[in-house]
Design a protein around this ligand. Structure first.
Ligand code: JFZ
Length: 470
């Protein structure tokens, strides 16, 4: 029999341990070290585990060409335009003189995230092109010193987040920097990476800039490092030490170092949702269309219903969904992405209880499984994906988000706990849904498809005992 640990109980236990062990550790060793305990890490992760849904913002000089260079459309993601067309630094740099996003309104951006039901924002403070969206003393290649706009975007966004009670984190491209002669990635101007003085770049640009973003903009909920080229354990550790020394509560994502284990949680590949649930903290970074940085020709948007499915799928598997928008060069987030996020937010507002602060599914069979007797042409097993429903849980409560409404009643998965009345989350009167128990012991909720909410409906099943016994 499979025993499932209650993640909520587990984490409060760990929090307790963390709170007890912290002061003595600090007294012994001074500032917190990077090699901290699992309990300290779990305490740092608490807000993240509850937050579930965040807004990713990819914004930089690449918004100016918007996916087109000298009449050619860039294949693939827009923020890689400098690399794809091997644009020389001296040419790409000139985009700074054109960067003047006069319609930028930090409060409006934060409101987009709030209305979508998002609980944190992560913005590119510096992407691979090396351009800082904040006022840096380390390099003049930044939004204040190099553009006619002259305003510190990160500062304005941090202030708006503080006003509206939104957590803010920073993407920082620690390894690739196509502007710095010693940063990774720009081989067309500066030759092969192996011949560069990479540590000079790390010491003189990346590390001091990470110190700046952690020092000058208030509390930072996480630093989102990326593409860890040439990040030896020793080099990643230097970043860990910087983050822990300046903001001990700040999380580090899963793309700082080569193993992914250098950070506090696992980052999946872009747009990839794992097949099965996990207890470790994790996050899927994802696009609404196909690009991260704005591209004027990418109009292939995911529908709100797809996004809601992905969100609930991710949350039921114990993860977070970091969903991206790519603002335009004038400072406006493309209208279609704002509309889509608004639709998602409407659903989430009505059904928030099934998402925030929940734990992962106590079941697992609802995600599908390997198909019996089916192999692909390489002889590999084939995963049969199921998407009829997903389950999230709180102590004594199960939330079944149903995407494909069953014609003949909803069969509950098997478990031993006694079932109390079940009702629809959107029903203010909590009218009990009639239940029948079959000869095989399967409980069927005799439901008809409710008309009031679109896309997906949540059935709440209260059970005896905090957690499911199977
Ligand atoms: C990286 C960046 O290169 C890209 O521009 C964007 O910022 C994205 C969020 O992250 O791209 C990646 C990094 C890792 C994987 C895929 C794309 N991966 O692990 O599959």
């Amino acid at each position: 029999m499979k025993r499932i640990l209650n993640p909520i109980l587990m984490s409060s236990l760990l929090v307790l341990l963390g709170a007890v062990s912290l002061p003595s550790r600090a007294a012994q060793t001074g500032p917190p070290r990077a090699t901290d305990t699992d309990a300290t890490k779990e305490r740092r992760l608490q807000w993240f585990r509850e937050a579930k849904f965040g807004l990713f913002i990819h914004w930089g000089l690449y918004a100016v060409p918007a996916g087109e260079w000298k009449g050619n459309l860039v294949p693939g993601i827009g923020e890689w335009i400098m690399n794809r067309f091997q644009i020389p630094v001296r040419e790409y740099e000139k985009l700074a003189a054109q960067f003047n996003p006069v319609k930028f309104d930090a409060d409006a951006w934060v409101k987009v995230a709030k209305d979508a039901g998002m609980r944190y924002i992560v913005i590119t403070s510096k992407h691979h092109d090396g351009f800082a969206m904040f006022h840096s003393k380390v390099s003049k290649y930044n939004v204040v010193d190099a553009t006619p706009f002259k305003r510190d975007i990160i500062k304005e966004l941090a202030a708006a987040c503080a006003r509206q009670g939104m957590r803010l984190g920073f993407y920082y491209s620690q390894a690739q920097d196509w502007h710095d002669p010693n940063g990774a990635g720009n081989t067309w101007d500066f030759g092969p990476d192996e011949k560069k003085d990479y540590d000079k770049y790390l010491r003189e640009k990346a590390e001091p800039q990470v110190r700046e973003i952690l020092t000058n903009y208030g509390p930072v909920c996480l630093v989102w490092f990326d593409t860890p080229r040439m990040m030896t354990p020793e080099r990643s550790q230097r970043f860990v030490d910087i983050v822990r020394a300046i903001q001990p509560d700040c999380l580090i994502d899963g793309r700082l170092g080569l193993t992914g284990k250098e950070g506090d949680y696992r980052s999946t590949s872009d747009n990839i949702i794992p097949d099965q649930a996990a207890d470790e903290a994790w996050e899927t970074p994802a696009t609404i269309n196909h690009t991260w940085g704005y591209k004027k020709d990418d109009h292939d948007w995911k529908r709100p219903g797809e996004i809601i499915f992905k969100l609930v799928d991710i949350v039921s598997k114990g993860g977070n969904y970091l969903l991206n928008v790519g603002p335009m060069a004038d400072g406006v987030i493309p209208a279609r992405s704002v509309e889509i996020l608004g639709e998602v937010g409407k659903w989430l507002k009505a059904n928030s209880e099934a998402v925030y602060g929940t734990g992962r599914t106590p079941f697992g069979e609802e995600v599908g499984g390997y198909l019996a007797d089916v192999k692909d042409r390489n002889g590999q097993r084939v995963w049969g994906f199921r998407s009829d429903w997903r389950c999230t849980a709180k102590p004594g409560k199960l939330y079944f988000t149903v995407f494909t409404w069953p014609r003949s009643g909803f069969d509950l998965p098997r478990f031993k706990n006694k079932v109390k009345p079940a009702y629809l989350l959107i029903d203010p009167e909590k009218r009990p849904i009639p239940m029948t128990t079959g000869a095989d012991g399967i409980i069927t909720l005799q439901t008809t498809r409710p008309e009031r909410t679109p896309m997906a409906n949540v059935i709440i099943v209260e059970i005896e005992g905090d957690r499911v016994e199977r």
